[in-house]
Design a protein around this ligand. Structure first.
Ligand code: HEM
Length: 276
């Protein structure tokens, strides 16, 4: 892109279009000159937050496609979600070069702030269907974050949209699922597992739904990989120190690795093998 003049009107150039003068001035280190690893620490967090933002955008687009009953475009959109998650996982390569001594040199500068307060990350969990309301209080002081999170809770999650779509396709859902309060988390339902069983046992007939199920479980597996790499990196840098956000640190991060986004899809596997 180049700056061109169109009569008196100056056209936007590359830097204007991407707001580079703003974007590239957002990397303020705690110390001047920056301590070793400090710039990387800040930028990887910022880069991850940008990926979170894009991830959320793509999840919402997928929800819209399902609402319009466009299953195959939704599946393609989910492949982009996978690609973003893989990019997020790859940032740990760079973060793992941070040594404990690098970190010690600037750790005290950010006090009690912690990834625990990342509303971008929580927004993704909420959009996907993992809706832990107990952590909402943490974001009350962050006006933008709190507004986004509370608005998200009023909308059906990605998995809710999948269920509504299955219902439209003739796999009738129990009334309590159709009328449920979306702000509450969803912990799985035996009637939905039965629906998935029918789809997986007849995968030729319901090929698009079978692929949708497989694409969903891939989201869960990739998010688990992100959590795993996070926990491993944190242990490598701070060992078993408590976290700056007040949790036990690594034990907390290992505990949240057990979370599953789509319990029905795991229960389905159990049932499939049980019936052998
Ligand atoms: C060396 C680098 C890092 C260290 C030492 C670290 C440490 C921690 C610790 C100890 C926690 C637990 C909460 C607490 O008590 O603070 C946490 C949570 C979290 N961190 Fe990191 N972290 C690092 C890098 C990152 C990066 C690059 C991101 C990406 C934005 C990130 C995002 C998060 C999120 C979202 C949580 C909350 C997870 C949840 O509650 O589900 N962290 N981090």
């Amino acid at each position: 892109m180049s700056a061109e003049r169109d009569g008196d009107k100056k056209q936007k150039n590359y830097a204007d279009f991407l707001k580079l003068d703003v974007l590239l001035n957002l990397q303020e280190t705690f110390q001047q000159p920056a301590a070793a690893g400090e710039m990387m620490f800040i930028m990887i967090h910022q880069i991850s937050e940008l990926w979170f933002k894009l991830l959320h955008h793509e999840i919402r687009e997928t929800c819209e496609l399902l609402e319009q009953s466009r299953c195959l475009p939704a599946v393609t959109q989910i492949e982009r979600i996978h690609a973003i998650l893989r990019s997020l996982i790859s940032v740990w390569e760079c973060m793992q070069t941070l040594t404990p001594t690098d970190f010690l040199a600037f750790r005290s500068a950010f006090g009690n702030s912690s990834g625990l307060q990342s509303y971008g990350y929580r927004l993704i969990e909420y959009a996907l269907g993992d809706r832990d309301l107990s952590c909402l209080r943490r974001y009350e002081e962050m006006l933008q974050g709190y507004t986004l999170l509370t608005a998200e809770l009023e909308r059906p999650s990605l998995y809710d949209h999948v269920l509504l779509y299955l219902n439209k396709r003739g796999f009738l859902l129990p009334a309590e699922l159709l009328e449920r309060d979306y702000s509450q988390g969803y912990s799985g339902h035996s009637a939905v597992v039965d629906i998935w069983l029918t789809i997986y046992r007849n995968s030729d007939r319901y090929q698009d739904l079978f692929i949708l199920g497989e694409k969903l479980i891939e989201i869960d597996c990739l998010l688990q990989q992100w959590r795993h790499r996070h926990a491993v990196t944190v242990e490598r840098v701070i060992g078993m120190q408590p976290g700056s956000g007040g949790t036990s640190g690594v034990p907390y991060l290992k505990k949240i690795m057990e979370k599953q986004l789509f319990p029905d899809l795991y229960q389905l596997r159990f049932r499939l093998f049980q019936s052998l």
